[in-house]
Ligand binder design. Structure first.
Ligand SMILES: Nc1ncnc2c1ncn2[C@@H]1O[C@H](COP(=O)(O)OP(=O)(O)OP(=O)(O)O)[C@@H](O)[C@H]1O
Ligand SMILES: [Mg+2]
Length: 361
């Protein structure tokens, strides 16, 4: 059992608050990923959870017990650091077997555990080498094996797969998820990779400027983002300034884009006349016979689809996708675009302006 709770946690460095007023409950066995722009406090949050740093204010509980003052070495926590910290004088096999050995699980068990996890990360053939003799990716895989081998109830992963090539990264993320679910381990995993966050998490935490900006399941975060920033940061989206011109009895919203065109959208809390922003993801924008007039500015092959960037009559960029087997437009072509109404979101236009609202620092 490893339930983690943070209550009103703030971590300051001098006057600077790297994380502020964090309240968070992570369920036993839950797989949480933490996303957010560089410098928003992800590593700081994970270090506070681990006991590496005692928060300036607030408390950390594990299974209801106050562990705020308990350092990492006295906790039951596996950790993969953002800047990998392997024991430089120990070969890979002994690095991975370190925790089972010091926990007195016996030499034989340590050997077995090391072997098992090295096999999992496909590093068994490098067992005898020193960390300094490995590539960055190999060091990361060793660090993951070591953290898993610790047999801890909590696993903290700070960008553990960032140095790996795409195929291994994808394989390993599912292996890790499968394993921790099998063992009932609670995971907090910091990543910059949105697809990784979407595909392995029970819930995603989106951080911004030291605070938790939004939290939810991957599907909630993607389909019903709580804010313009969440829509913008998780996945890709088109954002167009507009004004609410009509609300139906059921709350459905019609907005007027810059230039005067009306677009039907989903329910919103806004009222007629409100300044708004409509969000629609590229995969929900389609070329049609009639619609928002736009001119193709750029076409990029993405592998499974083409990304078409247009400048619309509203003077906004509007991006959409074309399946890789379909005909793609040429730069300069004129297209008419429609939005899948069901996939639109309408937000109140922020007073600070759209550009400020989605700024990354
Ligand atoms: N030991 C420290 N002393 C002073 N400031 C620090 C310290 N550690 C972190 N910070 C500051 O706290 C802020 C958050 O840092 P943190 O490492 O948590 O960001 P992050 O979200 O993990 O970023 P990245 O995605 O780049 O890893 C940064 O502005 C950083 O400079
Ligand atoms: Mg970090």
């Amino acid at each position: 059992m490893s339930k983690i709770e943070l209550r009103d946690v703030t971590m300051s460095f001098g006057d600077f608050k790297a994380v502020e007023n964090i309240d968070l409950e992570i369920e036993d066995g839950e797989y949480i990923t933490v996303l957010g722009p560089s410098g928003c406090g992800k590593t700081t949050l994970i270090k506070v959870i681990s006991g590496i740093w005692k928060p300036t204010r607030g408390k950390v509980f594990v299974d209801g017990e106050d562990v705020t003052d308990v350092p990492l070495e006295d906790r039951d926590t596996g950790y993969v650091f953002q800047n990998i910290a392997l024991f430089p004088n120990m070969d890979i096999f002994d690095n991975v077997g370190y925790s089972p050995r010091v926990k007195d699980r016996g030499r034989e068990e340590a050997v077995e555990v090391s072997r098992g996890y090295l096999e999992l990360v496909r590093m068994l053939d490098k067992s005898g080498m020193l960390p300094g003799e490995l590539s960055g990716g190999e060091q990361q895989k060793t660090a993951i094996a070591r953290a898993l081998a610790s047999g801890s109830g909590i696993l903290l992963l700070d960008e553990p797969l960032s140095a790996l090539d795409a195929r291994v990264r994808v394989e390993l993320r599912y292996e890790i998820r499968r394993l921790v679910k099998e063992l009932g381990i609670t995971v907090v995993h910091v990543t910059h990779d949105q697809e990784e966050a979407m595909s392995v998490s029970d819930r995603i935490i989106l951080m911004r400027a030291g605070t938790i900006h939004a939290i939810g399941t991957p599907l909630e975060m993607y389909r019903e983002p709580a804010s313009i920033f969440a829509a913008y940061f998780i996945g890709e989206t088109n954002l167009l300034e507009c004004t609410v011109v009509e609300k139906s009895k059921t709350g459905k919203t019609t907005v007027r884009l810059r230039g005067g065109r009306n677009v039907k959208a989903m329910r919103s809390q806004l009222k007629e006349g409100d300044a708004a922003v409509i969000s629609v993801r590229p995969e929900h924008v389609y070329p049609a016979k009639a619609g928002l007039k736009a001119k193709v500015e750029n076409v990029v092959f993405m592998g499974t689809y083409w990304r078409v960037r247009t400048v619309s009559e509203t003077r906004d960029y509007v991006d959409y996708n074309v399946s890789s087997s379909d005909k793609v437009p040429n730069v300069g072509d004129k297209v008419n675009l429609v939005f899948n109404k069901k996939a639109t979101r309408v937000f109140k236009r922020p007073e600070i302006g759209l550009t400020e609202a989605i700024k990354l620092e």
